[in-house]
Write a protein that binds this ligand. Sequence first.
Ligand code: NAP
Length: 292
Amino acid sequence: MPHVAFIGLGRMGHGMAARYLDVGFTLAVWNRSRDKADDLIARGARRAESPADAARNADAIVTMVADDAASQLVWTGRDGITETARNGALAIECSTVSYRHVIDMARDLTTRGLRYIDCPVTGLPEAASAGKLTLLVGADADNLEAARPFLAPLGETIRHFGAVGAGTVFKLINNLMGAVQIASLAEGLRIAEQAGLDMRLVQQSLASGAVASPQVVRHSARMVARDFAGASFTTALRHKDASYAIALAESLGLDLTVAGAAVDTYARAAADMPDDDEGRLIDIINASPVAN
Ligand code: NAP
């Protein structure tokens, strides 16, 4: 049986790791907060005591952690994956990390004998549990072919954008554009609320009109109802992704005006309520007294 080590059992990673059990792979798991692994252990996964312990004998090591700092720690920190990973093992980074981080990590891990691919994903936690994520890959063609059996349980749609880092470039522009859409939706809805419009009609009209992207459809209903139960993507994660996208743009010599404003708005939301649903951005757009 193929042997997978899975690191990071948050909202996304837990469901993704479970997919390897669904398809009968041998699975070792590690998460910083130990109890998130309990049900996977009950289903037959091995509980690892560290990322290094998880990676022992693995054919592929998959990581799904918050950001650059967490990724660095689990790959190359103390008791990190590289302490035990076998020569030729696949290193599959599914976390959304910065482009700079991907390039640096790919160089480092390749030097250590691993085969690195960046594979950030799109899809909500329900898609992760169902094996229906879209996988955004940057990899050498040979490494992608070797990785396919380990990607298939996560999602059928694999988009190969090019060499290592290319999957992350796409993921970052995708999530930056999402940040802009959600921030502009919040501002549009606040205008409509202040102007006294029927917000049910506003929401229905937005959701069926020309601006009805999936982001607008999903977030307009939640924002109008101020119902943010069951956060699937937080203000902190959206701010992190959009900030990484801006850093990438700057490294390419681009100065982004609209995206910069959205990131600033998300910075305020992430400072006030980092673990809340990203749609709660609307709550920081307050009305100021109107000058006469
Ligand atoms: P999450 O629920 O907050 O999980 C974050 C994971 O990272 C947890 O396992 C957490 O461990 C771990 N972690 C954080 N800091 C760490 C550190 N310093 N050392 C070790 N582990 C650390 O977030 P998520 O929603 O699953 O997102 C995970 C990744 O997927 C992020 O890069 C995110 O941008 C991306 N993503 C998310 C979605 C979504 O809809 N949620 C969709 C696509 C992509 P603990 O459990 O101990 O906190």
